[in-house]
Design a binder for this molecule. Structure first.
Ligand code: COA
Length: 185
């Protein structure tokens, strides 16, 4: 697979690039967006470093990490980020992560984004299982993943260390054979 450019109805996933740093800082640097994530808001320099590392890892063969900017096709704006990480020891399985800039929340785009990411993972990467882990308090993420067809699988206790201490994660997943591709775009 070459550089990713993957279109859904309302969103496009495209390889992240350094020119996207300001837009992605509007996400990673905003405490509303990082509230349920296991890190403090990032500085712009940290965002640039994340982008550079993502671009370097995109060259790996086989590729394990996809960090994709979420583009609004109407105006070409970068409005979020999508991440898909293929497990090294279980290459049929990948973990996803996703986020939108707060000024784009509440329009159903989160559900569209997860549906598009699942379609990308199953149809383009050839995965059998896709999972995501969220904070127990992250209701927006819970609703988005459930609506996109990812069932709740269980709780990993003390999965991540946050600035406030240990935090459990709730894992959601969807399997290739239960995935309804017609709904998920
Ligand atoms: C998770 C996120 C992508 C959701 O984006 P969004 O575009 O606002 O979500 P949607 O508009 O598709 O909403 C999906 C559902 O969640 C509900 N919802 C959204 N935000 C909510 C909130 N803060 N509290 C409660 N419900 C919420 C919506 O009402 C909708 O429910 P409905 O289908 O019953 O109407 C966004 O909140 C975000 O980027 N958060 C920060 C990063 C993050 O937490 N990522 C997930 C890591 S696991």
């Amino acid at each position: 697979m070459g550089p990713v450019e993957y279109a859904g109805e309302r969103l496009v996933l495209r390889e992240v690039e350094c020119a996207h740093a300001d837009a992605l800082h509007a996400l990673y640097g905003d405490s509303r967006a990082t509230r349920h994530l296991p890190f403090e808001p990032r500085t712009r320099e940290e965002v640039v470093r994340i982008i550079e590392e993502a671009r370097a890892s995109a060259a790996a063969d086989p590729r394990r990490l996809y960090v994709l900017s979420v583009i609004d096709p109407e105006d070409g704006d970068v409005i979020g980020v999508a991440r898909l990480h293929v497990e090294h020891d279980h290459p049929h399985s990948a973990e996803i992560g996703f986020g939108l800039r707060p000024d784009h929340w509440g329009r159903g785009l989160g559900v569209d984004l997860v549906r598009l990411l699942l379609r990308f993972g199953f149809k383009e990467v050839g995965l059998h299982r896709i999972w995501g882990a969220r904070s127990p308090d992250n209701i927006a993420s819970q609703l988005v993943m459930l609506t996109a067809g990812m069932v709740e699988e269980g709780r990993i206790r003390h999965h991540v260390r946050t600035p406030d201490g240990w935090r459990d994660s709730i894992v959601h997943s969807v399997l290739e054979d239960e995935w309804d591709g017609r709904r998920l775009d």
